[in-house]
Write a protein that binds this ligand. Structure first.
Ligand SMILES: Cc1ncc(COP(=O)(O)O)c(C=O)c1O
Length: 392
């Protein structure tokens, strides 16, 4: 059975060309980028080359790129790197746990945190941010696109408000990188963004790689103490093969964006969405009607346990996710969907389909034959569904 992978927001496969770019840095060019000899200089030059690729993607200076071990570390570095006891931070209720749990930890260290609500479509309204700013607000951290719904925040307006209020602005762009252009230059949409998080494994690079963009004017305290790597912002011997892979993946994603890849992917996602909504009643899209990244759709199937549907689809060779993969195992309904006002039952009835540039039309057609039948079978077994049908 040829499996169909629709869980790209959880992780993406390494592209063969990314793997090939990395291979020599495991075998022949294994030097430590801090060494003075030739082996070291080969590694240093490869890291610099990858840094240039990231800087080109973000329209920033290479020196503003800090390599990390992934999205979680970058989010933590952004928050712990600028906040101190007595500061106030603002974030939202729909952030990834890499931000939310870091914020909880900061609260226990004397940082005051405000969690902004979202609308029923999952948007942080700029006016609610404006109202929450205080004289001691040091940092605002709002994600660019949500990992569960794909909903895109009005980041330019939010960052502009944070700056006008004298605060720094961080955005977790883990689910946006490679899907939308990112421009932090003075002419770019993200001109007021001071810190930005990217994770390698969401964009076809290896797991355990990431970037924190740090605007030159930001004073960042390191979390790790050791050598003077990454201009004293992130100690530790660089993961040279991983960084090379990340640089290559960023180049590949940049080419894909230039050739209208995102529009084609959105059309495929829309076909999947429309196909499910028209053939399966009691369904709907969470975050419909507002801008979303091209690859993601979050769909509720009333009177179905998402976990049961996920397993049924898995048995048919389709990999999808219920809520966020990072929370799998937890039976709590998704904090993102409940923050948007979904009932716990509807949140538990939600599946996330996340496509990638590797998804084909034939795969979507196959999914569209399998999903309606699987939903019908589960509903037939559901006493709650029978009661609901009997009373309508
Ligand atoms: C929005 C968001 N932020 C942060 C992370 C964490 O990234 P990583 O897995 O690289 O630590 C994820 C992973 O799912 C994510 O979706």
């Amino acid at each position: 059975m040829q499996r169909i992978y629709l869980d790209a927001n959880a992780t993406t496969p390494l592209l063969p060309e990314v793997f090939e770019a990395m291979r020599p840095f495991y075998l022949e060019h294994f030097g430590n980028a801090s060494s003075i000899h030739q082996h070291g200089q080969e590694a240093r030059s490869a890291v610099d080359h990858a840094r240039d690729s990231i800087a080109r993607m973000l329209h920033c200076r290479p020196a503003e790129v800090v390599f990390t071990s992934g999205g979680t570390e970058s989010d933590n570095l952004a928050l712990f790197g600028v906040l101190a006891p007595g500061d106030h931070m603002i974030t939202s209720t729909i952030e990834h746990h890499a931000v939310l749990h870091a914020a909880h930890s900061l609260e226990s260290r004397g940082v005051e945190v405000t969690y902004l609500p979202v609308t029923s479509q999952g948007i942080v309204e700029p006016m609610t941010l404006l109202a929450a700013l205080k004289p001691n607000t040091k940092l605002v951290s709002i994600m660019y696109a949500n990992n569960e719904t794909g909903v895109i925040q009005p980041i330019d307006a939010l960052a502009g408000i944070a700056h006008a209020g004298g605060a720094l602005f961080h955005t977790d762009a883990v689910q946006t990188a490679g899907k939308l252009p990112l421009d932090v230059s003075p002419h770019g949409l993200l001109k007021d963004v001071d810190l930005l998080t990217i994770s390698g494994h969401k964009i076809f690079a290896p797991k355990g790689t990431g970037v924190l963009y740090v605007r030159r004017s930001v004073k960042l305290s390191p979390m790790f103490h050791g050598g003077s790597h990454e201009r004293q912002r992130r100690a530790g011997t660089e993961n040279v093969p991983g960084i090379v892979g990340l640089g290559k993946a960023v180049d590949v994603c940049g080419e894909w964006l230039k050739t209208d890849g995102a529009a084609k992917l959105a059309a495929l996602r829309d076909r999947l969405e429309a196909g499910i909504l028209t053939t399966v009643h009691g369904t709907g899209v969470n975050g419909a009607g507002v801008p979303r990244v091209a690859n993601t759709t979050s769909i509720y199937f009333d009177h179905v346990e998402a976990e049961a549907l996920l397993i049924a689809l898995d048995l048919k060779g389709i990999s999808v996710s219920g809520g966020s993969a990072c929370q799998s195992g937890a039976s709590e309904p998704s904090h993102v969907l409940t923050a948007m006002g979904l009932s716990p039952a509807r949140a538990r009835a939600t599946l996330r389909f996340s496509l990638s540039k590797l998804t084909t039309e034939a795969e979507i057609d196959e999914v569209l034959t399998i999903v309606p039948a699987a939903v019908m079978r589960l509903r037939e077994l559901s006493p709650a569904y029978k009661v609901a049908v009997a009373t309508t």
